[in-house]
Design a protein around this ligand. Structure first.
Ligand code: CTP
Length: 460
């Protein structure tokens, strides 16, 4: 049913109310023309401006201006009679009813997408202005960040695919120990270059994503930093705290960004879970239990000096531990299962003691368990079901279950887009530290991994 335009009454005058929405980042001519034409459809124009959180949750990453700046853009245009904030999916239906809106107007890039609002008001798609967009302006002002990939394995392929969702970033080159593999990777993923040497790759790019075997991360990262190239390094960055700390010192001195690619740290749901846990709503956090297991029967994870469930997987549970309890642990005890004939441990439990709390991180390559996270506090607890590291949902639970609260978030794709968006933002903002994952936290995780591997009690 398409509602007819029903003018509503404000005071004594009949006015036609129009509503439109957008991010309005780096306000441009396309925005101005859209607002002008939307306004011309009626007498009173309401403009909804999206929050950062909503943009994050709908996968629109790398918006350059803050919500306040974007609201100011709209106000300064002089075209809006009222500005509202768009915070969540489905809000449009409510806004239209609440404000007695007659016409919903939006650019033609959304053609058909908002037909469902026709049940509530008239829907008008206005032709989009050609040749201008916020995305384009962001790219022009900051320049496109040229990224190279070191390593041509599975995670590297996923990274290239995910990078397409982050504006202002272009993955252009790949280096692999095997040149043939690099050429094949570049052809398959339509990259401009396959480089025969790592030095060559570094000459072509502003930043590098390191997705090579763990033991080689340090060397690749150091060489990139020396070349003045920003580094996004797969986890674990290195297997010792000394090497990780040294890389951060070098990056700081060279003025380049170094970030450990722990996707969970940058995802909206996980960040909110940490914020809720640390806000005091479950009281003081006294215990963190996190499990990550993945059944693997063959491959690099199970062989060689840097294999095993700790080096492969412990970063995830230890991330939860450091984000929730900090980095100042006082004791660490590990028990690892290494069956007869196995080169590496396939299941481990790392127990940590903090001044007023305890934590347990369990990892498994040869044992399967429920991959959940429980954060216990003095007033209640947070439960994040498996796979907690792709945090889409969590619950705060209390003795009185009527107080329980459920939280839902979106986790888009593989999640690699979140870490890349943060990395790109840091480079643009010229900041070498992200509060989402601080250097000290990466160093502490490396320290825990190093100690756990070195001091584990082995059972068979
Ligand atoms: N718009 C338009 N013409 C343009 C760009 C945007 O008419 N050249 C319209 C959109 O269709 C939408 C409104 O302006 O109705 C707000 O769009 P927004 O997403 O904020 O702007 P974009 O420039 O499209 O942003 P981005 O590149 O980040 O997607």
């Amino acid at each position: 049913m398409v509602a007819t335009v029903a003018a509503c009454q404000i005071g004594v005058q009949l006015v036609v109310k129009v509503i439109t929405y957008g991010t309005f980042d780096l306000f441009h001519e396309g925005h101005r023309r859209l607002l002008e034409r939307a306004k011309a459809l009626g007498d009173y124009l309401i403009v909804g401006v999206t929050t950062e959180n909503y943009d994050d949750s709908r996968g629109k990453l790398n918006v350059a201006q803050s919500l306040m700046e974007r609201i100011r853009n709209v106000v300064d245009s002089g075209l809006a009679d009222e500005v509202i904030i768009e915070e969540y999916e489905g809000q449009k239906v409510q806004d239209i009813q609440k404000h007695s809106v007659d016409i919903f107007a939006i650019g033609s890039d959304w053609l058909g997408k908002f037909d469902y609002l026709g049940d509530y008001c008239k829907v008008v798609y206005l032709e989009r202005t050609k040749g201008v967009s916020s995305t384009q302006l962001r790219n022009e002002s900051a320049g496109v960040l040229r990224v190279g990939v070191a390593g041509a394995g599975r995670i590297a392929s996923r990274f290239v695919a995910e990078a397409r969702f982050v504006s202002g970033v272009s993955v252009e080159a790949v280096y692999s120990r095997s040149y043939d593999k690099a050429k094949d990777f570049a052809a398959r993923l339509e990259l401009e270059w396959a480089n025969e040497t790592y030095e060559d790759l570094l000459k072509h790019v502003d930043a590098v994503y390191i997705a090579t075997p763990h033991a080689t991360h340090y060397d690749f990262a150091r060489r990139a930093i020396e070349a003045g190239v920003h580094v996004l390094c797969e986890k674990p960055m290195t297997l010792t705290s000394a090497e990780t700390a040294e890389l951060f010192e070098r990056a700081q001195a060279a003025g380049v960004v170094l970030l450990e690619a722990v996707k969970t740290a940058f995802s909206p749901g996980f960040q909110r879970m940490v914020a809720v846990a640390r806000s005091g709503s479950i009281g003081r956090v006294r215990s963190v239990d996190a499990t990550f297991t993945k059944l693997v029967t063959a491959g690099r994870e199970l062989t060689g000096a840097d294999g095993g469930s700790i080096s492969e997987l412990a970063t995830y549970p230890l991330l939860a531990v450091v984000k929730l309890l900090g980095t100042n642990y006082t004791e660490l005890r590990t028990v690892s299962l290494r069956p007869e004939g196995s080169e590496t441990e396939v299941f481990s439990r790392i127990d940590l003691v903090f001044p007023h709390a305890v934590a347990s991180a369990r990892t498994g390559l040869g044992v399967k368990a429920e991959g959940e996270l429980v954060v216990a506090g003095t007033r209640g607890y947070i439960y994040v079901p498996a796979p907690w590291w792709l945090t889409e949902y969590f619950e705060a639970r209390f003795e009185d279950s009527r107080q329980n609260k459920k939280y839902y978030y979106k986790f888009d794709g593989d999640g690699l887009r979140y870490e890349l968006a943060e990395f790109a933002w840091m480079i643009r903002a010229r900041t070498t530290e992200s509060f989402k994952l601080r250097a000290a936290e990466s160093i502490a995780m490396a320290d825990m991994i190093e100690k756990a591997r070195a001091s584990a009690t082995i059972i068979r």
